[in-house]
Ligand binder design. Structure first.
Ligand code: UD1
Ligand code: MG
Length: 499
């Protein structure tokens, strides 16, 4: 099959989207980690058009800025056309033409900014069908059980497409038609340009209907046709938050299924959420309750989950990330994280490193084989290779005004409950005792201790907390000790007497 690239794709996104009940423009609501408009523009871009135009009106500035961002991500030009006061999809398309060359030839595709599941493959198929048959207009239609609200496909006695009638203009017989207009079309550029000025607002909604181009083209002797799509999800729009969630779930189902077919084990697809921009390697395993957001990248053999949420995080080969919340972090090859770890931006865990249970890290580079196994906070730190940070340690990085950095060397062993008061440096091979507060640099190979002698006040609890369970427990223990001592003394006495 020859490559069929449209000359232009027009993405309609001027509508208000009132049913979303949101201060955010409808097309900017996200599913799968991208806005509806981003999905629509991506599919349009992948169909390879020379020109790509988005029509805006509602929240124009905000959406135009969003479009500029998408254009940057996709690394291609996306034009913006402004719709004026005349309402309707026909007017929107007419306004888009002002951004395209006057002598444009070939196929112009029209899609919607709020239809996120449409693929470039479907667009390619539509354009190929349209061009191979020399049509003036081809509309993508679908059979649905509940056609309410959609324009209906009216066919003539021979079954050929005659026109499209909107719900509000339809007769009872027409309302019974279950083949609907998806709103996605391929037009011959010249036909579209010629017909649009002739479309009137003479209808129930006083709008310029793009659908009227079909009747006009047919009247001019052009071939018009409807191509029915089996995959109704692809032409479904999000008008309210219920549809947004439904489409989000279906998009996720498709993404998860694609990854399984690409060699990823997903134990429970129903509780696995993977954004559109995530990349996974073969033989990755995703356990139940995992969400991978943004540009996460997981390498081969890695196991993520259960119950883990990662955003823009890299997990290298054969690493394991269990019950973890991570954002902008890197987990090295064969490293282990969790359970109950919190990886904040700038965490880089080296090969075979470990971030264990109840550990929070931020802006922390932890070298090859180094471990922070239990109950610790590592913020603004560099840790060398094969070092071990004792349980319950804190990198005291904040003085109330500024953040400071701590540098730990390689092969360091720090005791439990060590406080590193930054800025401070611990040299290679150094040790610290339990409970040490490191305020001064520790030279390589040194032992650092904060030493305060332990004071014992015998009988303090019996004296100061009489009648408490603690006092009773202490009394019982002391009495038992007494009895044991007496018995021992008695038998010792007897031994001496016997000799
Ligand atoms: C339109 C079709 C209808 C089809 C349905 C599919 C017309 C006249 N009707 O219905 O046959 O079944 O889509 O969803 O085309 N838009 C603009 N400018 C406007 C109006 C709409 O850019 O003035 C954009 C919207 O942002 C949206 C899309 O066009 O992305 C469709 O608008 P919407 O009002 O939802 O569709 P209908 O006109 O009801
Ligand atoms: Mg409408």
């Amino acid at each position: 099959m020859t490559q069929h690239r449209p000359a232009a794709v027009i993405v309609l996104a001027a509508g208000q989207g009132t049913r979303m009940k949101s201060s955010t423009p409808k097309v900017m609501h996200p599913i799968g980690g991208r806005s509806l408009l981003h999905h629509a523009i991506s599919a349009a871009a992948r169909s390879g058009p020379e020109h790509l135009v988005v029509v805006l009106r509602h929240a124009r500035e905000q959406v135009a800025e969003h479009v500029a961002g998408i254009s940057e991500v996709l690394d291609r030009s996306v034009l913006v056309a402004d719709q004026d006061d005349v309402p309707g999809t026909g007017r929107a398309a007419e306004c888009a033409l002002t951004q395209l060359p006057d002598d444009l030839t070939g196929t112009v595709v029209v899609t919607y900014g709020d239809v996120p599941l449409l693929t470039s493959a479907t667009l390619g198929h539509l354009v190929a069908f349209h061009e191979d048959n020399g049509h003036a207009v081809t509309v993508l239609s679908a059979e649905v059980s509940r056609p309410r609200g959609y324009g209906r496909i009216v066919r003539d006695a021979a079954g050929a497409l005659e026109r499209i009638v909107e719900e509000k203009d339809a007769s009872e017989d027409e309302k019974a038609i279950t083949e609907i207009n998806s709103g996605i079309y391929a037009f011959d550029a010249a036909v579209l340009r010629d017909a649009l000025p002739r479309v009137t607002t003479d209808n129930a909604q006083n709008e310029k209907y793009l659908t009227d181009v079909i009747g006009i083209a047919r009247g001019d002797g052009g071939a018009v046709s409807a191509l029915t799509t089996e995959d109704v999800w692809q032409v479904e729009g999000a008008n309210d938050r219920v549809q947004l969630a439904t489409l989000g779930k279906e998009l996720n189902r498709r993404i998860v299924e694609d990854w399984m077919r690409a060699g990823v084990t997903v134990v429970d697809p129903d509780t696995t959420w993977i954004d559109a921009d995530v990349t996974l390697a073969e033989d990755v395993t995703i356990l139940p309750g995992v969400q991978l957001h943004g540009a996460c990248d997981v390498a081969t053999g890695a196991v993520v989950g259960p119950d883990t949420t990662l955003t823009d995080t890299e997990v290298h080969a054969y690493a394991q990330v269990v019950r973890t919340h991570g954002n902008l972090a890197v987990v090295g090859e064969n490293a282990t994280v969790g359970p109950f770890a919190y990886l904040r931006p700038g965490t880089v865990l080296g090969i075979e490193g470990k971030i264990g249970a109840f550990v929070e890290t931020k802006n922390a580079r932890i070298g090859t084989g180094s471990k922070v196994p239990h109950l610790s906070y590592v913020g603004d730190a560099t840790i060398g290779e094969h070092s071990n940070i004792g349980a319950s340690s804190v990198f005291v990085n904040y003085d109330g005004v500024n953040k400071h950095h701590t540098t730990i060397g390689s092969h360091v062993r720090t005791g439990s409950d060590t406080m590193f008061v930054a800025p401070v440096t611990v040299g290679d091979g150094a040790y610290s005792g339990a409970g040490t507060v490191i305020r001064k640099d520790v030279p390589a190979g040194a032992l650092a201790q904060t030493y305060a002698p332990q004071r014992i006040t015998e009988g303090w609890v019996l004296d100061k907390r009489p009648g408490t369970p603690a006092a009773e427990a202490a009394r019982a223990a002391l009495e038992a000790e007494d009895t044991a001592r007496t018995a021992q003394n008695g038998s010792a006495q007897k031994d001496t007497e016997d000799k």
